[in-house]
Design a protein around this ligand. Structure first.
Ligand SMILES: Nc1ncnc2c1ncn2[C@@H]1O[C@H](COP(=O)(O)OP(=O)(O)O)[C@@H](O)[C@H]1O
Ligand SMILES: [Mg+2]
Length: 310
C-alpha cells in the first residue's frame, strides 16, 4: 500500500471506511434503469480499493477502483476543495446541486453516475468505467474515423447530447470535445464530464489552450452564457476532430496561443474548416453545427434527422 502523495492522486490499495454518506447516493429511485448497478455508498461497510490513475484534469484526478465487496470496477473522479476558500465553497454547493441531477441520468451514450461522497477536502464522484478510454486516445492511436465508425461515433455523440438537452430542466454539457467522449470496447461512445461546473472556465482558458478550439463564439464573447446551442457548435468541432484526428481549426492553427485562439474564434467571421475527406452528408451535418449565429444552428432533434446519422 502506498502513502498519499502531495496531490493525493497516487494512493493505492487504500480502503476507505465510509463516513457520512452523501444524501444523493442514499437509495435512489427504485425504478431507475441503469447500465451498471449503482454503488451502495450509503451502506456503512462500503469500501473500495483504489487502482491506477487514468486521467488528470484541472481540478483533480480520475482513477480506477474496485468495490471490495461486489468486485465491481468503477471510476472515481476526485475533486480537491479548499474549504477555507469562499470560491471553493460556492463551487462545492453548485457541484452538489448538479450531482443531484446527474443521479437520474441514464442513457446508453452517457456515462452512468453511480454515487458520490464528500468530506472536508474532497468530493469523490463514482462513475461507470468505460474501458476504451477517451476518443482523443483512440484517434491518436488509430487515426481519423472514416465510414461506418465515423457515423457510429457521430450518431452516438449526438444521441447522448440529445438526451441531455431534452432533460427537464435541460442539461447543458459545456465541454463537448474528444477528451470527454469515452469509447467502450464495442465502439459505443459515452459522453463524460457533464454537469460538473468548471470553477472558472475563462480563467483556465487564458492560461492554456484547453477547450478553447471547441468553444462557440458566443461563449468566448461571454454573450448570454453557455446555452444548448453552444454545445451544438462544440459538437460540430468534435466531429471535425473525429474526422481529422486533430483539434478543430487544425493542430498548428493557434500555435498554442490562447489569446490568438480566442480572438480568432470570438471576433472573426471564420468557421472551423471541415476536412476534405468528409462525405457530402457528413459535411452538411457539421456545417449546420458550426454556424456562427446560435439561432442558425439546429437543435439536436433536427440534427438526428439528417441523412449522415439517420
Ligand atoms: N468513466 C470513465 N471511464 C474511463 N475513463 C474515464 C472516465 N471518466 C474519466 N476518464 C478519464 O479521465 C479523463 C478526465 O476525466 P474528466 O471527467 O473529463 O475530468 P476533467 O474534468 O478533469 O476533464 C478523461 O479524459 C478520461 O481519460
Ligand atoms: Mg474532461
Amino acid at each position: 500500500m502506498g502513502a498519499p502523495t502531495a496531490d493525493g492522486c497516487q494512493r493505492r490499495g487504500r480502503r476507505r471506511p465510509r463516513g457520512s454518506p452523501a444524501p444523493a447516493a442514499a437509495g435512489g429511485p427504485p425504478s431507475r434503469s441503469r447500465l451498471v448497478s449503482p454503488l451502495d455508498v450509503s451502506k456503512g461497510t462500503f469500501a473500495y480499493i483504489q487502482g491506477e490513475m487514468i486521467g488528470r484534469g484541472a481540478y483533480g484526478c480520475v482513477y480506477k477502483a474496485l468495490d471490495s465487496e461486489t468486485g465491481q470496477i468503477f471510476v472515481v473522479k476526485e475533486v480537491a476543495l479548499d474549504m477555507g476558500s469562499k470560491e471553493d465553497n460556492g463551487y462545492r454547493e453548485r457541484l452538489m446541486d448538479e450531482l443531484e441531477i446527474c443521479q437520474n441520468v441514464s442513457h446508453k451514450n452517457v456515462v452512468s453516475y453511480l454515487g458520490h461522497e464528500h468530506d472536508d477536502s474532497h468530493v469523490r464522484i463514482f462513475l461507470e468505467y468505460v474501458a476504451g478510454g477517451p476518443m482523443t486516445s483512440v484517434l491518436r492511436e488509430f487515426g481519423p474515423l472514416r465510414g461506418t465508425l465515423m457515423k457510429m461515433a457521430a450518431r452516438g455523440t449526438l444521441e447522448g447530447l440529445n438526451y441531455l438537452h431534452s432533460r427537464s430542466p435541460p442539461i447543458v454539457h459545456r465541454d463537448i470535445k474528444g477528451a470527454n467522449v469515452l469509447v467502450d470496447l464495442s465502439f459505443c461512445v459515452r459522453l463524460a464530464d457533464f454537469g460538473c461546473s468548471k470553477r472558472d472556465e475563462m480563467t483556465m482558458s487564458y492560461t492554456m489552450l484547453g477547450s478553447i478550439p471547441w468553444m462557440a463564439p458566443e461563449v468566448i464573447q461571454r454573450e448570454g452564457g453557455h446555452g444548448r446551442k453552444a454545445d451544438i457548435w462544440s459538437l460540430g468541432c468534435t466531429l471535425i476532430e473525429f474526422a481529422s484526428a486533430e483539434r478543430p481549426w487544425g493542430n498548428s492553427k493557434f500555435d498554442n496561443n490562447p489569446v490568438f485562439a480566442m480572438w480568432h474564434i470570438g471576433a472573426s467571421d471564420a468557421t472551423p474548416p471541415i476536412p476534405d475527406s468528409a462525405a457530402d452528408d457528413e459535411r452538411e451535418l457539421i456545417s449546420r453545427c458550426v454556424q456562427r449565429s446560435p439561432d442558425d444552428r439546429p437543435w439536436t432533434e433536427e440534427l438526428l434527422q439528417m441523412s449522415f446519422v439517420a
